[in-house]
Structure formats: structure tokens, C-alpha cells
Write a protein that binds this ligand. Sequence first.
Ligand code: ZN
Ligand code: ZN
Length: 283
Amino acid sequence: MVVPNEVKDIGIACKRFLFTTEFSGFLILTLFQNELVLSIGIRLFIEAILAAYFYIKCSDSSGSPLQGDDDLELSQLSISTQQRDNSQQESQIPIRNICQECKIIQPFRTKHCTKCKKCIPKYDHHCFWVGGCIGELNHRIFWLFLFFQCLLCFDSLFQFNKQLSLYSIYEEEQKDNKYQYQYFVILLFGAISFGFGLFTGALLLYHTMLIVTGQTTWEHTKRDKITYLKFYPKFYHPYNYGFIVNMKLTFFHNNKQSYWIPPQKDQIQEQCNLFDNKYYSCC
Ligand SMILES: [Zn+2]
Ligand SMILES: [Zn+2]
């Protein structure tokens, strides 16, 4: 079987399947013709449109590495790893990595994505659902996509449940079981909505935690391997500026990227937040 180019990415194919099933669920509910139809239809439709809109918008640019002091950067490209390690030990802030593919000194929080073949600023992860990277400029769109997708799934589930109750009342009133087909379809779409709802719900909570604490998925999961994080004490997050600023930097950046200059080592203070403090560290 020849797979069309546009569905070769399994993530995109899965997503298309999900949206198709959600839309089909909504259409089938409409065809069932009972008194909940109009309100359910309009609401689910708006939620599905918003989820689809932010899903498509996710493929917008995740950003490009900011250019710094070019002369200095180019001269650093020739410095050996050993020399760089030595100078890092003497330095008050961590040293930046070199991307051999892009031939640049990476800004802090930047990682080269082998699938996208470029450096991604404030790299979060390469998302196979979206078929691209989530970085500094599209993290907020990704969060909004998760939010509306999750809302759509659980709202659908809630409405499917209401529909089931209605059909069971109809059956009792009419004393026959002619709604078996409707039961089957609703349970099928309910199971799909539940599965995706749990998945997107867990992701939504995780990304909310990351945004609130000023981290990315990459930083949270690979902390021990990231040069600029290893430089600091284990539970210290150099880019956690507090709830308000963290939210502002993620949701209201006006498409402007930051240089993410980390704090000097001798000026850091012990952090204390809901997820990481001296008593426990979440995850
Ligand atoms: Zn690169
Ligand atoms: Zn990527």
C-alpha cells in the first residue's frame, strides 16, 4: 500500500484520526436526534475547532537561535572540549555548547533537533503528534492545544454519558431495546475520548507544572546531561523567575526571544516552590 506523503508521519496520522473521530462523534450525536443535540453540537464543534486551530498553529516556528557576539562565538568554535571544561570551572556562569551541525555556539536552553535538522531555542521536545519541535515561540500554542483537546475529550465524554442515560430512559418508556446500535457507537466514541482525554490531560498537567516552574521537558528529564544545568546545585532551576514572570515569558512573549543569560553561581539563592524545595522534589 502506498502511504501518501502527508500521512507518513505517524503522529500526524494519529491526530487526524482523533479529530476525525471527534467530529464523527459529534455528527453521529446530531443524527441521533434527541433534545440535547443543538447545545451539544455547537459546544463540541467550537471546542473541536479551537483544538484543531491550535494544533495546526503548533507547526508555526518554534524560533531560531538568537545571534550573539559573532566574533567571540566563532573564536570559541575552535576551542577544544578540554579547554572549555577548564574555563567553565573558573567561570561564574556556565559555558555554552557548540552545535557541530549548525556551526554555532548555541544560546542557553537551545538544543539541536536531529529530526528538524536545526537548533531550537528553549527546546522543549520534538512532538511526534505535531510533527515538529516545541520551542520558545510555540510552547504556549502547544499548551492551548492540549487544553482545548482535553476539554473536548472530557466534554464529549460527559455528553456521551448523558446520551446513554437518555437512551436507557427511552428504552424503559418504550419497553424494548431498539437502541443497541446507538449504545455501541456512543460507548466506542466514549472509550476513544476517555483514552485521549487521559493522555492529553496528563500532558496538560505536566506542561503546566513545567511552565509554572520555569522548565522545559528537556531540562526536566535530562538535567544530569545538560551542561548549563549541571553547573548549578541539583534542585536549583536557573530560569525559574517566579510564577508571574514564568507565565509572562511563556504566554506573553510577543514573539520576542530571550537570551536566557543564567545567574552567576555565587549569587544564587536556594529555591523554594511547590514542586522543588528543601523538603522534597517532585518527579
Ligand atoms: Zn544545530
Ligand atoms: Zn524537531
